[in-house]
Design a protein. Structure first.
Length: 210
């Protein structure tokens, strides 16, 4: 939490802007107005808590997508509301394969697959700072209101276990503005109850007039 507070404080210091020390800084006259819509594709890595896999196959990488609406509150701060699908992580094995989860060792007694998937609504703020006429650096922090489902299946049976909750998300990124389009790259961590997802995202945003 201290790191998150420091990031927010850096971007919200009154009157602070890299461009303040340059005669030809960016024109922020319209950046405190309007809104935007963002579509983001992410390369996600789950931290499912599974380790020391012997014989089985663990896949914690997947692709995510997100749709986000943002509102310019000021030249240095946006409000964001969105939906994100995190993709999934899976563990597959046959009888005799082993793995550890939260310090305990488990053994497959039949061929089976466990699949964890999740999605969420997010609400947060995006402090930002201009470093040139068209380039910004930004931070992201907010609430991650998630739902997850664990599906376990074998040749003879299957079961689903669902869970939900609210945790933090936080990250940072770099964006470039070209006319009404904003292209950005970011790294964000989304916390879950016992799992985390780290996402490297590429996004395109379009400015709206409201």
């Amino acid at each position: 939490m201290k790191k998150i507070t420091l990031i927010i404080g850096l971007f919200l210091v009154p009157g602070f802007s890299y461009a303040d020390s340059h005669k030809k800084g960016p024109d922020h006259s319209n950046m405190g107005k309007g809104s935007y819509i963002t579509y983001e594709i992410g390369d996600n890595e789950w931290d499912s808590g599974v380790s020391d896999v012997v014989g089985a196959s663990l896949d914690e990488d997947d692709t995510s997508w997100a749709l986000i609406w943002g509102k310019h509150l000021s030249p240095n701060l946006d409000l964001e509301l969105g939906y994100i699908d995190y993709g999934e992580a899976s563990l597959s094995g046959v009888s005799g394969n082993t793995f550890k989860f939260e310090g305990s060792t488990y053994t497959f007694n039949a061929t089976a697959t466990a699949m964890l998937e999740g999605d969420a609504w997010i609400l947060g703020i995006k402090p930002k700072m201009s470093i040139s006429d068209t380039v910004d650096v930004f931070a992201r922090v907010g609430i991650n209101m998630w739902d997850s489902t664990l599906r376990i299946s074998s040749a003879t049976a299957s079961a689903d276990v669902s869970d939900d909750g609210s945790d933090l998300y936080y990250g940072f990124g770099l964006s470039g503005t070209f006319d009404n389009f904003i292209f950005s790259f970011s790294h964000t961590r989304y916390e879950f109850d016992q799992e985390d997802v780290d996402s490297n995202g590429l996004a395109i945003s379009y400015r709206l007039n409201f």
